[in-house]
Design a protein around this ligand. Structure first.
Ligand code: C2E
Ligand code: MG
Ligand code: MG
Ligand code: MG
Length: 285
């Protein structure tokens, strides 16, 4: 172990560690402390139907670390390190708890939105995970449809056989499952064929380019058809403008998510956004 305690009492990192290792150790120490202090917060990004009503079908929970000094830290800056230090199990437990608590609050306010939570490799390796999720739904008295779990294609392929088993058990609980960032990993069509998922989330790399690049357009269009013929819904990620939204509509895409519809926002702002949507929707019917 590379750190030793200095005379001032605080930790001093041994010389010889390169900057990267030092940063990693500091971050892990701070992250553990941050978890103890409840510094993880969730932002929520809505998913809407790709039609004229753009009805909200749910929101995705995206974790942020409200660091006392650094401010809001985004997941790409700490999840990789957390995973390598075996902290993802703990982080997912916190995220799931916050997400279910918020879903409960929305249900109680007459906004029955489901919340999607992203999983990591270590969750799919934990045989106790489905039971933990079931227990959480009971604790918050939520129907299984209130929760959706997203797994990226690359996470799935890290341990494909095991993932298949675990997803099967989660689905038996009635929880919706989605493949995230579809099209960027290495899953085969034969794997997709047996994967027990409800939604395919097409990566924004294809979606954002579908109005400027015919090849991306062809990929989006044919992936919509593929998903439908496998009995899955397709969700387009990274929809940033109306032009893309209209194009997706032409392709028969089911749901969309992106900055052009709504950016991820904290729970308070999301509640406001959902209420306005509800009112707008009621006003038109
Ligand atoms: P993701 O699950 O694919 O989530 C979508 C990411 O794209 C989010 O970044 C979101 O803010 C961003 N995004 C949404 N719409 C647009 C758009 O129109 N344009 C662009 N350029 N970006 C858009 P974020 O929040 O930084 O999260 C990054 C990734 O971190 C997520 O990708 C997910 O893989 C992971 N992640 C986030 N929260 C959690 C968590 O609680 N647990 C785990 N295991 N992973 C998480
Ligand atoms: Mg996701
Ligand atoms: Mg994604
Ligand atoms: Mg992603």
């Amino acid at each position: 172990y590379a750190a030793k305690t200095g005379h001032g009492g605080g930790p001093v990192f041994a010389t010889g560690l390169d900057d990267h290792a030092r940063t990693r150790l500091t971050m892990l120490e701070e992250l553990r402390a941050g978890l103890d202090r409840g510094e993880l917060v969730l932002h929520y990004q809505p998913k809407v139907t790709v039609d004229a009503s753009a009805r909200v079908t749910g929101v995705e929970a995206l974790v942020r670390w409200q660091h006392p000094v650094r401010g809001l830290v985004y997941p790409d800056a700490f999840l990789y390190t957390a995973e390598s230090a075996d902290l993802m199990g703990r982080i997912t437990t916190v995220v799931l708890d916050l997400a279910c608590r918020q879903s409960r609050a929305w249900h109680d306010q007459g906004l029955p939105v489901s919340v999607a939570v992203n999983l990591s490799v270590s969750n799919l390796r934990d045989p106790g995970f489905p039971e933990q999720v079931g227990e959480l739904l009971r604790r918050y008295d939520l129907p299984p449809a209130a929760l959706e779990l997203e797994v990226t294609e690359s996470v799935l392929m890290t341990d494909a056989d095991n993932a298949l088993l675990l997803l099967g058990r989660l689905r038996d609980l009635g929880i919706r499952l989605a493949v995230d960032d579809y099209g960027t990993g290495y899953s085969s069509l034969s794997y997709l064929q047996v994967l027990p998922v409800d939604d395919l989330k097409l990566d924004r790399a294809f979606v954002s380019r579908c109005v400027v690049d015919p090849r991306s357009a062809a990929i989006v269009h044919s992936t919509v058809q593929l998903a439908h013929s496998l009995g899955m819904q397709i969700v387009a990620e990274g929809v940033e403008d109306d032009e893309v939204f209209d194009r997706l509509r032409g392709y028969g895409c089911d749901l969309a998510q992106g900055y052009g519809i709504a950016r991820p926002q904290d729970a308070g702002s999301t509640t406001g956004w959902l209420q306005q949507r509800e009112i707008a929707h009621r006003a038109t019917v």
